[in-house]
Design a protein around this ligand. Structure first.
Ligand code: MTE
Length: 326
């Protein structure tokens, strides 16, 4: 994409990035944990405290082929990009476990070959090989704020292409109003958090209104920090919706469906009163467990440290997306 550079409130000056996460129906989870004597297993999630992993295997998981990108102006000017190793070892990927340090388990994800089926109410349904997607659309680096509903935040340098490019390629019919994104799931490979006893509504699915998907900021990431996407970040292709809480961004996508009506989604199925469909970052709308007025910004490694900052409406992107919600 070519942009005329007009400084915007969300622009950043350097590469500084982070990630995000979510939870469970607390009562059910705690009940299960207490009931099965594994309460300690959830503490890293609840406390959001851990040291950055320093294992060589972490470096290996991040040492991936470089990606050439076309220049863009999507940046963040008021905070640094999050340390790569910190972002790559503080993840949410519940298919592989319920703690933040699932990066090692996520290495079991088989990513080659990888196909994405695009189907539903479109004139040109198609199954793409992800390598073809990477060739078909010019790849851009976009530095975006990343905000977790758990009230922590990062700044991450994603590489990918705007979702609207895919919309143009498959030509949705006028009946298409919603889009559902489905993540990879294979119980042999993705055991889940272990404490749910088979009760979670896999596969992980998220959804957007088609107008949200068509917004300039909505992005498919195939890379981060200058290279291919590591498995723990949702290789080989994931959603990045910077004005929404991170749980809206499904990882490791295998299917994209254009639909007439609003579909059910993973977290909303589990905890309807905590994970609404819209999930726009909003400092004045508290989550039942996190106020959302402020956020804990994660930037420097190697150890996990926070900087408390005020939460911005729409995560700082209101100028570009608020008209979607009038
Ligand atoms: N996608 C899948 N398939 N499974 C998940 O557990 N977690 C979501 C989102 N996408 C999740 C997912 C949540 S809660 C967050 S905060 C982000 O991924 C975390 O992305 P990151 O680990 O790359 O920072």
């Amino acid at each position: 994409m070519n942009f005329i550079h007009i400084p915007k409130t969300w622009e950043l000056t350097e590469n500084k990035v982070t990630s995000e996460s979510v939870y469970f129906k607390r009562r059910r989870l705690l009940k299960n944990l207490v009931g099965f004597g594994i309460g300690a297993a959830i503490m890293p999630i609840i406390g959001c405290q851990q040291k950055t992993a320093s294992e060589p295997a972490l470096e290996t998981s991040l040492n991936l082929p470089k990606i050439q990108t076309v220049p863009t102006d999507f940046t963040v000017s008021d905070r640094p990009i999050t340390d790569e190793k910190l972002a790559g070892s503080y993840n949410n990927f519940y298919e592989f476990g319920g703690t933040k340090n699932i990066w090692l388990k996520a290495q079991n994800l088989p990513t080659k070959p990888w196909q994405v089926e695009v189907t539903g109410l479109v004139k040109s349904p198609r199954t793409y090989d992800v390598d073809d997607l990477k060739k078909q659309f010019p790849l851009e680096e976009r530095i975006y704020r990343f905000r977790c509903v758990e009230a922590w935040s990062m700044v991450l340098p994603w590489i990918g292409f705007p979702m609207k490019s895919l919309i143009e390629a498959v030509e949705p019919t006028t009946d298409a109003k919603f889009v559902r994104f489905t993540s990879f799931y294979d119980p042999e490979i993705t055991p889940g958090p272990g404490f749910h006893l088979g009760s979670l509504p896999w596969p992980y699915q998220e959804s957007l209104r088609i107008e949200e998907m068509a917004n300039e900021l909505a992005f498919f990431a195939v890379g981060i920090y200058g290279h291919d996407l590591p498995k723990q970040h949702g290789a080989p292709i994931r959603m990045v919706i910077p004005w929404k809480y991170g749980f809206k961004g499904a990882k490791s996508i295998v299917k994209i469906e254009f639909l007439a009506s609003q579909p059910e989604t993973y977290w909303h199925t589990l905890v309807p009163n905590e994970y609404d469909f819209e999930a726009n970052v909003n400092p004045s709308k508290p989550h039942p467990r996190w106020s959302q007025a402020t956020e804990k910004f994660i930037s420097k490694g190697p150890d996990l440290t926070w900087e408390i900052k005020e939460t911005l409406p729409y995560n700082g992107y209101g100028e570009y997306v608020s008209s979607l919600y009038t």
